[in-house]
Design a protein around this ligand. Structure first.
Ligand code: PEP
Ligand code: MG
Length: 627
């Protein structure tokens, strides 16, 4: 019987489920059963993009594809060798991740098989034989892999040794893995509309491509709530559950599955009863989203008259239409690097940037647009990037840009020119010391002077702000506030850097606590410094869209909250149901707490007492006093 509820490491993952689920749960949005019914498999992970999807699975990880033979011209050979190396490097990364998770979940011995595969992947005899084949026969890399590895495999299968016969299976796995990476484009076009993509992991760009094919959701073995694949799924409104650990093993392509992005759950081959319950939940969720839209024309004002600004985070042109639909007053964060990375090209000329930025500014005008200059590195790499052992502590954000003025300056020119079409601000990522801000300003002044001298129409002297996402900036918030025009707190990174927890690593996802008192202390410190120097302070990490955190953030004195547009009405709902003084009281309690659990307990207690304030609008009722 394959009826089962997964335990073990999933418990760790469950503990890290974003608080967004808490409130929805309280409001009875879920199908009621928690245990698997006979015949179905229930997996719990982390719900990172809300919504409920029901449909057939498309297993991105295991399917094999038709490999075609192609004769290369002489100048194509080098390119093909590079494609091969890239596919091997990607397969290597997959396997390293699988090894980590398998060790944690099943013990050291179970990871042996993947360690053996990792060695085979870089086995010189095999690797060189494929390279040699591409060079000698002038054939495409996928064909070469299939021919060369296939030949080795058949020899192993035919051998009298049981050990070698077993290794032949590993070789098949490697062959398919490399081919999958080589044929990514082709695989994409095979993904059916209305399917739920099941994969070990995806890149942010994959999610964009898949969403354009009309998929219903994503279920992944790996990933954390603030990894960029999760942020992307949210931005696109694709329901997603990550950190499921074994979903690619438990699902076959075509299996019907339910994906509950609110609770962070996947039900494989659900019973009729489960399906019926989830269809009701799906309908309720749709209604809830519609009802929240009634709040769009209303201000984000607390019951005691304190107003916040709600801004949108923007990564994709697709979101432009949502800005007004969900009531964004401005754009608090344009992740410019993602706008270009998802195109899969390195075409980032000044002209192409200007066109994109101008459209955004015009769409948001008269509201302000905040352009963050390229935040490359970390888990967002351009093809030219160096491979690093520890990319989140490496060459990232402003560090890359100051080292590569040929990237920074065209971007600044494009932004300043876009500024002629509406108000904008410039935001610097991954700043750690004041000299970075100063050097940046020198570049800005020079670029400005140059454009003005040429008579180009620009916005001169735009506000420049820093992301407060590295502890050093929060700790030196006063000097930074003196030299900045605004602050934007990036809790996604601030949390990972304060708590030393990789934001994309599902193994430590339960230690990634955005409500940890240490994180809140740094937010308080930043707000206090901003007040002293009279500059506004916003928060654009995922914490801004966490309904449980919003009362504390209001209490800490944040002026602007910035999140994916779809979340703005929900944030407003919380703000309009509370008093600022209550938020201040909660913030004081949270700052005195010792652990994030303690903070959550206090918050839950308060939210419990105020539940009617939060659920009121679910019935579609107007706010008391608004008739
Ligand atoms: C952050 O770090 O909180 C942030 C908003 O930026 P990103 O998620 O792009 O690193
Ligand atoms: Mg960041």
């Amino acid at each position: 019987m394959d009826t089962q509820s997964k335990t073990g490491i999933e418990k760790r993952a469950r503990a890290a489920t974003p608080e967004i689920t808490l409130q929805k749960e309280a409001e009875g949005l879920h199908a009621s059963h928690t245990e698997a019914r006979e015949g179905e498999v229930v997996l719990d992970g982390i719900g990172v993009s809300p919504g409920i999807a029901i449909g057939p699975a498309y297993l991105y990880a295991r399917d094999t594809f038709e490999v075609e033979e192609r004769l290369l011209s002489d100048d194509e050979v080098e390119e093909e060798l590079e494609r091969f190396e890239k596919a091997v490097a990607r397969s290597e990364r997959d396997l390293n991740k699988i090894i980590l998770v398998t060790r944690e979940k099943l013990g050291e011995d179970s990871a042996d098989i993947f360690e053996a595969q990792l060695l085979m992947l870089r086995d010189e005899a095999l690797y060189n034989a494929v390279e040699e084949y591409i060079r000698r026969e002038k054939r495409n890399a996928d064909y070469a892999v299939k021919v060369v590895m296939g030949k080795h495999r058949r020899q192993m299968e035919a051998s009298g040794s049981e050990y070698l016969r077993e290794r032949a299976n590993d070789l098949l796995d490697i062959e398919e893995r490399i081919i999958r990476h080589l044929l990514r484009g082709k695989i994409l076009s095979a993904i059916a509309r209305d399917s739920i993509v099941v994969a070990e992991n995806l890149t942010a760009a994959d999610v964009v491509l898949f969403s354009r094919r009309g998929i219903l959701g994503c279920a992944l073995d790996f990933g954390g709530p603030t990894s960029h694949v999760s942020i992307m799924a949210r931005a696109l409104g694709v329901p997603a559950v990550v950190s499921l650990h074994s979903v690619t093993r438990d699902v076959a392509s075509g299996d019907q599955i339910v994906l509950d992005g609110i609770r962070g759950r996947v039900v494989i081959r659900p019973t009729e009863q489960t399906l019926a319950e989830y269809r009701i939940s799906r309908e309720r969720y749709r209604r809830l989203i519609q009802e929240e839209k009634q709040l769009v024309p209303l201000p984000a004002e607390t019951l005691d008259g304190h107003c916040l600004h709600l801004h949108a985070n923007l990564e994709l042109n697709e979101e432009l239409g949502q800005l007004h639909e969900y009531g964004a007053e401005g754009i608090g964060l344009v992740r410019t690097e993602i706008l270009f990375l998802v195109r899969g090209s390195t075409e980032i000329s000044e002209e192409s940037q200007y066109e994109v930025y101008r459209k955004i500014v015009e769409a948001m005008n008269p509201g302000v647009t905040t352009f963050r200059v390229f935040d490359l590195g970390g888990d967002k790499l351009l093809p030219m990037a160096h491979r690093e052992h520890n990319p989140f502590l490496g060459w990232r954000g402003i560090r890359v840009l100051l080292d590569r003025p040929e990237l920074l300056r065209p971007q600044l020119r494009a932004i300043l020119r876009a500024g002629a079409h509406g108000p904008l601000r410039i935001l610097l990522p991954m700043v750690t010391n004041i000299n970075e801000l100063r050097t940046f300003r020198t570049h800005l002044i020079e670029v400005e002077r140059d454009l003005l001298a040429k008579g180009v129409e620009i916005l001169a002297n735009p506000p420049v702000g820093v992301m407060v996402e590295v502890p050093s900036v929060a700790l030196q918030a006063d000097p930074f506030a003196r030299e900045s025009d605004f602050f934007s707190i990036g809790t996604n990174d601030l949390t990972q850097y304060v708590l030393a927890v990789d934001r994309g690593n599902d193994l430590v996802a339960d230690l990634y606590e955005e409500l940890h008192p240490a994180v809140l202390m740094l937010i308080r410190r930043t707000v206090d410094a901003a007040r002293r120097h009279g500059i506004p302070v916003g928060l654009c990490g995922e914490l801004a869209s966490n309904p449980r955190a919003v009362p504390i953030l209001v209490g800490l004195g944040i002026d602007e909250l910035s999140a994916s547009p779809v979340y703005l009405p929900g944030i407003k709902r919380v703000i309009r149901a509370m008093k600022k003084t209550e938020g201040e009281m909660l913030a004081r309690m949270a700052l005195e707490a010792l652990t994030a659990d303690e903070v959550r307990e206090k918050l839950d207690h308060w939210l419990g007492e105020h539940a009617c304030g939060f659920t009121y609008f679910f019935e579609g009722n107007p706010r008391p006093g608004e008739g």
